[in-house]
Design a protein around this ligand. Structure first.
Ligand SMILES: [Zn+2]
Length: 131
């Protein structure tokens, strides 16, 4: 059924997630810019996958990109999968949780920090564990 550690049917995901979470995480939707809970959130802690609690990003890698979505300049090693995405007439790199295959957002190589990376993540795809 799937190569991911967490194997759930879409019906199981639908039952577990809110309508908006399901739309983004499982149907690769995008939340509205500047509306997300974690866009301007800078507490110390760890951001985890909303679907499976896999730790994805440390708060130390978060920065304000001005793009309207939570942005990170690196992910926790091994937590994010990268897939070429040619939808909407663009060539982008989609980012997924390696543990459950849920959609997180996209990554761009125009980051302003040392890594040059900008992980652009939907707030509804992540949860925050305060340190
Ligand atoms: Zn996950």
């Amino acid at each position: 059924m799937s190569k991911y550690q967490i194997k759930k049917s879409e019906a199981e995901w639908k039952a577990q997630l809110s309508e908006e979470e399901y739309k983004v995480l499982r149907e690769k939707g995008t939340e509205r810019a500047f509306m997300g809970e974690y866009n301007m959130h800078f507490d110390d802690g760890t951001y985890t996958c909303m679907a499976c609690k896999n730790p994805l990003f440390n708060s130390s890698s978060k920065f304000d990109s001005g793009c309207g979505w939570p942005s990170f300049d690196e992910s926790i090693e091994g937590s994010v999968e990268y897939i070429k995405d040619t939808s909407h007439g663009m060539i982008r790199t989609e980012i997924l949780c390696t543990n459950c295959g849920s959609h997180l957002g996209h990554i761009f190589n125009d980051g302003p920090t040392q890594t040059g990376q900008r992980y652009c993540v939907n707030s509804v795809s992540i949860n925050f564990d305060k340190k």
